[in-house]
Design a protein around this ligand. Structure first.
Ligand code: NA7
Length: 557
């Protein structure tokens, strides 16, 4: 282990492996954070666990993995040249293309020299005297940084369920969130998929095409809208590009979700049954997640209104799936539509018309154990050659919880968040100075187009650090009262909607024992941005900024 080498230089302390800012993660957040901080002339180091950049798009490489936000909108806006030169090839980009884009950004802006791959952070300890963080890497190094930015992603900690016998399965076991980099071929195999969230819904049609037989183990049926994915041509891209500045402004300043498109202004019962059905039909034919957001303004707050959309989708499922029993099982009835992240699919429901697929309802007939050659539910046994876990993530807090983060007075973040995550604006946590979280709990995050939210957080953090530098300030901490007020506001907004009615990962309900707290800020990206800007304009209201007690070390390379 090589510890930071302190040497005396002109009466001040000079430290090797010392940075102004250390960024954890080289996904979309980490890449743009590095770009912004470098432009400020700060000494930055990014540590990334994976062997490549791209974050969630590096790990989630299962067949069929695709973003549920349209590609022309799921892209950075910070560089005019970048958004003009990159040609997305499909309406919804596939994982390989998004990963290619992340790599292109890393190369185009020469980001790689400041990124260390294959290295994760195991501990971050705040040094009160120095006003900086001491950070331990997975290879045992200790580096120091004035500021740490956690760009660890919201869906980056794949969750393997605790099912008896899993480790004794003799065939391969894959997790959609941690897929092998080598090709996986299911040809001629009997495959089992556990989980029917977005990942399951995307992977099932792909596996069914190759496998001898596919058995899908479903605990909760999910609402899914057809993507209507299609190739994009210059003719499709050009009109969009021509109005990019207007589009981007809308996404940032006017929308709730960070998406460009129609915003619903009428309630569902302001239209009669025929008009309403026609609206849903048009959106079903168009495809994509805006099915709900563009239809009616009250679908997330009024259960009766929500039922009109849910009934429409249930009816569509019944029309598509030929076997009546299977269709019934695929119709979601445990939660209002949209309160679990709505899925976008290509041929998910039609896949159940194939002769080589079986749907098993593990809600009424739960899994008892995994056997060496299959799986046993209460009522039946299934012979399997390969198993795919599409069982999701310990979302939003999972990756942070894995790092030992110690703030003031040695308090760990896990202790502070034992009853659920608390933060001010989702950006900082009281008692953990100089530690920023990108798209963390308490911010719009996973309820929005992630790239819009990432850019907003990164810009806010970069501006904040610049503000401090200009004033000779070294340490920033969130005020406990401001934090409590924000947490109460986030909860109050969520409780005014139908969202808490679903056992979703938004609430941590998918992880046994995790506190049931609605984590993202539901007020929308436009409202949130306004609040963050006002806070900054008021001299970072709700934050306390001070000079460090000890003189700042001089970083040497
Ligand atoms: P999700 O949406 O959390 O889905 C996970 C699925 O796995 C879901 O159907 C779960 O059923 C099921 N699951 C989880 N644990 C178990 C156990 N122990 N037994 C049976 N079934 C289980 O994760 P995804 O990866 O699909 O998508 C996550 C996000 O990525 C998505 O929302 C997009 O934003 C992109 P449950 O619903 O809990 O009954």
């Amino acid at each position: 282990m090589s510890t930071a080498q302190a040497i005396s230089q002109q009466g001040r302390t000079a430290v090797r492996n010392s940075y102004d800012v250390l960024v954890v993660g080289a996904g979309f957040a980490g890449l743009y954070m590095l770009y912004r901080l470098r432009a400020l002339g700060l000494k930055v180091r990014v540590f990334e666990k994976g062997a490549g950049v791209g974050g969630t798009w590096y790990w989630n490489r299962y067949p069929g993995a695709r973003c549920d936000v349209e590609s022309m909108q799921y892209s950075y806006s910070f560089s005019e040249e970048l958004q003009r030169e990159w040609d997305w090839s499909e309406r919804y980009a596939s994982q390989p293309e998004i990963l290619q884009y992340a790599n292109h950004v890393a190369d185009r802006f020469n980001l790689r020299p400041d990124i260390e791959l294959n290295t994760h952070i195991v501990a971050c300890v705040f040094d009160e005297e120095a006003g900086s963080w001491s950070v331990t890497t997975s290879d045992g190094r200790i580096v120091t940084a004035r500021f740490v930015v956690l760009a660890t992603g919201c869906l980056s900690n794949a969750r393997v369920p605790d099912i008896q016998g899993l480790h004794g399965f003799s065939g391969p076991v894959y997790h959609t969130g941690n897929w092998p980099h080598e090709p996986v071929d299911f040809k001629g195999l009997r495959v089992g998929v556990i989980g029917t969230g977005s990942s399951g819904i995307q992977v099932v049609p792909m596996i069914a095409e190759r496998a001898k037989h596919l058995t899908v183990f479903q605990r909760t049926a999910n609402f899914s809208i057809p993507a209507r994915n299609a190739p994009l041509t210059d003719q499709d891209r050009q009109p969009f590009r021509a109005k990019y500045s207007e589009v981007r402004r809308f996404m940032r300043e006017l929308s709730r979700s960070g998406l460009y498109g129609e915003v619903a202004e009428r309630g569902a019962f302001e239209d009669d049954d025929n008009v309403r059905r026609a609206k849903y039909e048009a959106r079903w034919a168009h495809g994509g997640t805006t099915f709900l957001s563009s239809a009616y303004s009250d679908l997330y707050v009024n259960k009766a209104a929500n039922d009109t959309a849910a009934d429409f989708v249930r009816k569509k499922i019944a029309e598509i799936v030929k076997d009546e029993e299977t269709a019934k099982l695929l119709q979601p009835n445990t939660h209002p539509i949209g309160t679990k992240r709505i899925c976008v699919d290509t041929d998910y429901f039609t896949t159940f018309n194939r002769p080589n697929i079986t749907l098993v309802d593990i809600r009424s007939d739960p899994i008892q154990e995994i056997l060496s050659d299959g799986l046993r539910t209460q009522a039946k046994s299934f012979q399997l050659d390969a198993l795919v876990l599409a069982t999701g993530f310990d979302a939003m807090t999972g990756s942070l919880a894995k790092i030992e983060i110690r703030g003031r007075a040695g308090l760990t973040l896990n202790r502070k968040w034992a009853e659920g995550p608390k933060s001010y604006l989702g950006l900082m946590i009281a008692g953990f100075p100089n530690l920023f979280v990108i798209t963390g709990p308490g911010s719009p995050s996973v309820l929005s187009n992630m790239i819009v939210s990432i850019e907003q957080h990164v810009d806010w953090i970069a501006d904040c650090l610049n503000y401090m530098r200009e004033r000779g300030l070294d340490v920033i901490d969130a005020d406990k009262q401001a934090e409590d007020k924000w947490v109460a506001h986030v909860n109050e907004l969520a409780n005014g909607t139908l969202f808490p009615q679903a056992d979703s990962w938004y609430l941590g309900a998918n992880v046994p024992g995790k506190p049931r707290i609605f984590m993202p800020y539901i007020g929308g990206v436009a409202a949130y941005r306004k609040i963050c800007n006002e806070v900054a304009a008021k001299g970072y209201d709700g934050f306390e900024m001070t000079a460090a007690r000890a003189p700042k070390p001089v970083a040497v390379s």
